[in-house]
Design a protein around this ligand. Structure first.
Ligand code: HEM
Length: 143
């Protein structure tokens, strides 16, 4: 991503990144197969686990991972650091049996969420999609 593109994605993300619990809730609600990959959440009532500290801890982990990578984006010198983190995350998730389809489901729900809660259109939407294409290319090479 160019510096400008990274700024556009960060700007959109800044408006939703504090809604961690709501984001994870939305993802599990639309894709119970993702929820069921988590030993601590599988088969449980989503509305009940939503208020557990386990749930918010995990929601924060996911959101922080995105926030941290975005803070490095747009600077070619920091690209190796992003690649290392994303490769590691891809390996961890391969070991848990997470599929490409599930990552795509995650992406689709998250993108819809950001569209509805932020101003993601035009160049910003293009930059967002580019960011996910780049990151998913790395993740998928590990699955
Ligand atoms: C950890 C599943 C996508 C970030 C985990 C864990 C599971 C899991 C089972 C271990 C949780 C624990 O034992 O506490 C999934 C599934 C996904 C998915 C089924 C399907 C789409 C993602 C995405 C991100 C992410 C897209 C980041 C944007 C993390 C992080 C951790 C984690 C940061 C904790 C660190 C680690 O152990 O790797 N995930 N995950 N996950 N996940 Fe995911």
């Amino acid at each position: 991503l160019s510096k400008e593109q990274a700024d556009e994605v960060r700007h959109a993300w800044d408006k939703v990144k504090h809604n961690e619990v709501e984001i994870l809730h939305e993802i599990f609600k639309e894709h119970p197969d993702i929820q069921n990959k988590f030993p601590q959440f599988a088969g449980k009532d989503l509305e009940q686990i939503k208020s557990n500290s386990d749930f918010s801890t995990h929601a924060t982990r996911i959101v922080s991972f995105i926030t941290e990578n975005l803070s490095l984006a747009g600077n070619p010198d920091l690209l190796p650091a992003i690649k290392t983190r994303v490769n590691e995350m891809g390996q961890n998730h391969r070991n848990r049996g997470v599929t490409k389809e599930q990552f795509n489901e995650f992406r689709s729900t998250l993108t819809d969420y950001v569209k509805h809660h932020s101003s993601l259109d035009g160049d910003a939407e293009h930059a967002w999609n580019q960011a996910f294409d780049n990151v998913f290319f790395i993740i998928f090479s590990n699955l």
